[in-house]
Design a protein around this ligand. Structure first.
Ligand SMILES: [Zn+2]
Length: 64
């Protein structure tokens, strides 16, 4: 008979969560207004994610 309650849980020492904002790409899409060829239109550009630096968050972070 073994007592499994004293065993360490099978969790790696460093747990990270994929960033919910950029989905791990480290960049987020920003839609801006631009005039291209004399015609106003929306253009999508990318900018660094304001919530993470490496595409992951330290620990277990639930989506809010
Ligand atoms: Zn991010």
């Amino acid at each position: 008979m073994t007592d499994e309650t004293e065993d360490e849980p099978d969790v790696p020492p460093l747990v990270q969560t994929l960033c919910h904002n950029c989905h791990g790409s480290r960049y987020t899409v920003q839609t801006v207004h631009a005039v291209v060829g004399g015609v106003g239109r929306t253009v999508q550009t990318s900018r660094p994610c304001p919530f993470c630096e490496q595409g992951t968050l330290a620990g277990i972070v639930p989506p809010v």
